[in-house]
Design a protein around this ligand. Structure first.
Ligand code: PMP
Length: 361
């Protein structure tokens, strides 16, 4: 606390990202990064963009990238918004579409913790909808008066996916408010709801290049929706910072959309490794929620997750543990390369046997 902080700064409870440790080299399975490097074409495009033109501001409308994303997603460029990571898009969307004086916005009780942070930042009232016992999102609970809705699909950190068609009801019941579908992990096994954007002017679908395109370090996200929603986002962005995407990021992101084969290949590998990891974890006695993301969410009936987290960390494997009601006995494990997952599984087996329980179920 400092006497120089505004009331707002003093009242905030900021989001805490997963560790990016510098003390040693870990098998790093804690922040859902892609284990594969970006496409070589992306790296080449960034190198080529690193020239004297960096003295010039980037294109504030990101028009080349918006056109590229529009053709990839089968929409018009005026239905695309580009942001500095999907976090920034979410931050702008909360400001653009949700109001402090309106009814509470709704999102699940177990979900991406940034939603709560943004709501608090803008003083937007919110209400959480409890997931069911299996961590499913009860969509019927979103049929009540509200000030807007945020739903991640697949959900984080549970990795559970909802069939896209099932969102129709939510969109119909809530035609007077904006429904944000956060599809950060959709490329790892889900079907995007973007096609519903043509039918529902209240739908904003948010994607990121951080996960399936291996570009967490470049900070690029895209949102797709009705042109009026995109204009709303631009009004907020241009009241904040006109140049959120720099020249290198623009060049890299355009090249990422150009290399479809690389994207498909790396995504396929992550999914195959996820399935193999899931099977092995189940053999070891874990309950693993069926995942459609690049991470799995798992619990063991005989071993406390908090301890497993610590023991793994001591042995150089970093996963994510959330000390929160309902999920404090779960680990979220990002999917690495096959080699990394083999190391993780080997260390995990050691830890399980050390703890006295049987490693095999
Ligand atoms: N949504 C969800 C559900 C996430 O897990 C993340 C990653 N932390 C994001 C959005 C933000 O990703 P980025 O800002 O890297 O696009």
């Amino acid at each position: 606390m400092s006497k120089y902080w505004s009331d707002l700064a003093a009242s905030l409870v900021p989001y805490v990202p997963g560790e990016q440790p510098k003390d040693q080299t870990y098998v790093k399975l804690n922040t859902n990064e892609n284990p594969y490097p970006p496409s070589p074409r992306v790296l080449e495009a960034i190198r080529n963009a690193a020239d004297g033109d960096l003295r010039l501001y980037p294109d504030p409308t990101c028009s080349e990238l918006a056109e590229k994303a529009a053709s990839y997603y089968g929409v018009q460029p005026n239905q695309v918004f580009v942001g500095n990571g999907s976090d920034e898009i979410l931050a702008f969307a909360f400001a653009a579409f949700f109001s402090p004086s309106n009814r509470p916005i709704l999102f699940p009780d177990i979900t991406y913790s940034f939603y709560k942070v943004y709501a608090s930042l803008y003083r937007i009232p919110y209400k959480t909808v409890p997931l069911d016992e299996e961590f499913g999102i009860p969509l019927h609970a979103f049929d009540e008066p509200n000030g807007g809705i945020v739903l991640p699909n697949p959900n984080a950190p549970t990795a559970r996916y909802i069939e896209t068609e099932l969102f129709r009801g939510v969109l119909e019941w809530n035609s007077d408010v904006v429904v944000i579908l956060d599809e950060a992990y959709i490329d790892f096994g889900g079907k995007s709801a973007i096609e519903l954007a043509a039918e529902f002017p209240n739908l904003l679908v948010v994607h990121t290049l951080s996960k399936s395109r291996s570009l967490a370090g470049l900070r690029v996200g895209v949102a797709i929706g009705h042109p009026d929603l995109i204009e709303g986002l631009n009004r907020v962005k241009n009241s904040f910072n006109s140049y959120t995407i720099d020249r290198l990021a623009l060049a890299g992101a355009v090249a990422a959309f150009d290399d479809q084969a690389y994207f498909e290949e790396t995504t396929r590998k992550v999914v195959a490794t996820r399935e193999r990891t899931t099977s092995r974890l189940r053999e070891l006695g874990f309950r693993v929620i069926d995942s459609s993301a690049n991470f799995v969410f798992a619990t063991h009936p005989g071993h406390a997750a908090s301890r497993l987290f610590q023991e793994l960390k001591q042995r150089g494997v970093l996963v994510r543990y959330f000390n929160q009601p309902r999920i404090d006995n779960y680990l979220r494990i990002s999917i690495g390369t096959d080699e990394e997952m083999d190391t993780f599984l080997k260390v995990l087996e050691e830890v399980l046997s050390l703890e006295g329980g049987s490693a095999e179920s």
